[in-house]
Write a protein that binds this ligand. Sequence first.
Ligand SMILES: Cc1ncc(C[n+]2csc(CCOP(=O)(O)OP(=O)(O)O)c2C)c(N)n1
Ligand SMILES: [Mg+2]
Length: 381
Amino acid sequence: MSHPSPKITLPDYPAELQADPRDLPYDKAQLTRFYVAMKLARTFEEKLGALYRQGKVNGAVYLGMGQEATSVGSVSALKDGDFFTTVARNLSAFFYKGIEPRDVMARWMGKDIPPSNGRELGLFLADIKNFGIPPYHNGSMASWIPSGAGYALAFKLRKQPNVMAAFTGDGATSPGDFYEGLNFAAIHKLPLVIICEVNQFAYSTSIAKQMPVVNVADRAPAFNIYAETHFGNDLFLVIEAAQRGIEHARSGKGPALIEFKTFRQRGHGEHDDMAYVPEELRDFWAERDPIKMYREWLLKRASFTTSELESTETQVEADVESAITYAESLPMPKPESVTERLFAPSPHDPDPNQAAPYEPIDHPSIPGLTAAQDKSEGGHF
Ligand SMILES: Cc1ncc(C[n+]2csc(CCOP(=O)(O)OP(=O)(O)O)c2C)c(N)n1
Ligand SMILES: [Mg+2]
């Protein structure tokens, strides 16, 4: 089936990073950390897509290729004790924070490791204690905005100087949860930061077909909140904008909505061939690939050498290969354990050592209908 390309207007984004290294507070180790997180996610996802096609990954696979700068730049602006929630396309944020590739790979393969023991997709990672990632939602689009507002409310009530950063897609700014959550956060001036990754599509629906405004930030006046819009493939622009939004929220002035224009380089999931995405749009964003741009900047402006970057890339590939070997070596969960650990224990759970609270009723006081009383004609409604 052919898909006629709609007429599109391409934005005027440069194909190279603009920052002057002399103005930046980052040493070589930090610049390398940004690169490793982005490159590791890209390499991992390329392999993950291949494993999916080989039938080695359970369920659907969703990738964040093309959005690495928005993820890494935004989480790099968080401080100790801040929380963040991600959706499907923020693997590079996990790697920046130090989550091990082998643990992520084992989850994608449904292996029997904690904390979920094969019970959820690799992308739904949660680890508050080590990484500040709370278990955020049930997969329903934008539900993480009201639950994010809840975490932000907890910070405020505890007088804790932290923020809750919620990554969200462009499509997720249309459902009702987005409005209710942001409205509540705005009224109570909660430290909630929405990092909106506008990757041009929600499934196969383009932005123009699901938003009556051009920018997500154009929705902000409805909540009277702070908002900015930027090109999201320039790592340093992302970092600066995220820092402003995060510090705004931290200072008690209420939520911030930081919008980054970027591109989903793959389909919604790996089952989607993205045939509906015009060639012109793909080419435009391929030239502005965030990792390609950052790599060129490191070489041209930050005095990294090709051999330094190549050895980093070799190491990244080796790390992904060992993650796969490790994940493949792990056992699958035992089938008989399928009903275990579905719910966390509650203080209201009945005590299994006590007698049942109600005895079974052997002689109910309401008698059954006699044949003459029964008008049901044998049927049931
Ligand atoms: C309430 C609800 N409706 C529909 C879906 C199915 N769904 C999952 S992701 C998605 C599109 C998300 O688009 P966007 O927010 O732009 O994020 P992206 O996938 O582009 O990162 C849809 C419609 C859902 N999860 N929840
Ligand atoms: Mg989207």
